[in-house]
Design a protein around this ligand. Structure first.
Ligand SMILES: Nc1ncnc2c1ncn2[C@@H]1O[C@H](COP(=O)(O)OP(=O)(O)OP(=O)(O)O)[C@@H](O)[C@H]1O
Length: 322
């Protein structure tokens, strides 16, 4: 269990963490989401005692990280994939960590096999790709067989097979009753990996709840997609019952709000109109996230059309100067 209470951290007069509180519980994968600069890495660093908060506290298993007697056995962390000395091999790095933390040396081979680095175990890390470094970082996090895992963007640089493997690994670790907190910007991946979602923006919690509730809360009002060869009369009948019907692009396709799928089906059945599709529209985690963070993003890019317009202006300016 990780407990963060009223955490405040200021850098150069800027409040990066602004009274952040949450609990990451055992037996689930908690996705830690937020726009660039929201304070995710800072939070993870505070949990690991790598910085001093101005106020508030972060506890793992009920105590501050610094008070853990065998930290690597309690908390495994991946913060920076390039933390290993470039001249060292994965085996040397892991063996050194195992020795200094009284971890069974046999565990080194086990984690190397687990992350798929056996064939590169004796090569210096300097020649490693980002994905291989990530795998090594994950091996380090798992070395002490910890009950809590903190992983900062662990999917970065992994190939599709690696991402799929990591998805299964995180699930298995949570199913074993461990606490797994994973920061990521990969919404589609988090949507299939996490069961709990914590979204922060500007150092504050924007949402903290089960993935399913977060996503269904974004479906407001709930909508139902229908496809029917009798769209005109059905749309008329649904509107008479107070529904809002918006025609889609495909033939016979529409989105209905204001009535449940069951109601829509019953109305169509009463008239003897066949319905080929009747599906509740579920927003994606990405949509839910974008809505939540719409006003909390620190950095926002310009839309491509605006860039084209800007280039147009620049061309005009150049033409003027010429
Ligand atoms: N040591 C530091 N000194 C000064 N500012 C810092 C320091 N560490 C973090 N910051 C600032 O704190 C803010 C939050 O940074 P942090 O890395 O925690 O965000 P993040 O949510 O992890 O972002 P990203 O998704 O881009 O990784 C940023 O504006 C960053 O520049």
């Amino acid at each position: 269990m990780i407990e963060v209470r009223e955490l405040v951290k200021t850098y150069a007069g800027r409040r990066v963490l602004d009274g952040l509180s949450f609990t990451a519980g055992p037996g689930r994968v908690t996705a830690f989401l937020g726009p660039n600069g929201a304070g995710k890495s800072t939070t993870l660093r505070m949990i690991l005692g790598l910085g001093t908060p101005d106020a508030g506290s972060a506890r793992v298993r009920g105590v501050p990280y610094a008070e853990l007697r065998a930290p690597l056995h309690t908390v495994g962390a991946l913060l920076d994939a390039s933390a290993c000395h470039p001249a060292r091999s994965p085996r040397a790095h892991l063996s050194w960590l195992a020795r200094t933390h009284r971890i069974d040396p046999a565990r080194v081979n086990r984690v190397l096999a687990l992350v798929g680095l056996e064939s590169a175990a004796r090569r210096p890390v300097r020649g490693f790709s980002l994905g291989m470094r990530q795998r090594l970082g994950i091996a380090v996090a798992l070395l002490g067989d910890p009950e809590i895992l903190l992983l900062d963007e662990p999917m970065n640089g992994l190939d599709p097979e690696g991402i799929q493997w990591l998805r299964g690994l995180l699930r298995a670790l949570a199913d074993e009753g461990r606490t797994v907190l994973v920061s990521s910007h990969l919404m589609q991946e988090m949507a299939v990996t996490a069961d709990h979602v914590l979204v922060i923006g500007r150092g504050r919690v924007l949402a903290d709840g089960a993935l399913t509730s977060l996503v269904s809360a974004a479906a407001d009002p709930p909508a139902v997609r229908i496809v029917t060869p009798r769209l005109e009369p059905l749309a008329h009948a649904l509107r008479e019952k107070g529904a809002e019907v918006t025609y889609g692009d495909g033939p016979g396709e529409a989105t209905v709000t204001g009535l449940t799928g069951a109601h829509i089906g019953d109305i169509a059945a009463r008239h003897g109109w066949s319905v080929h599709e009747l599906t509740p529209v579920r927003p994606s985690l990405e949509e839910a996230y974008l809505r939540l963070t719409a006003t909390a993003a620190e950095y926002r890019a310009t839309a491509p059309e605006a860039l084209a317009a800007h280039h147009g202006d620049a061309r005009k300016e150049t033409a003027c100067h010429a």
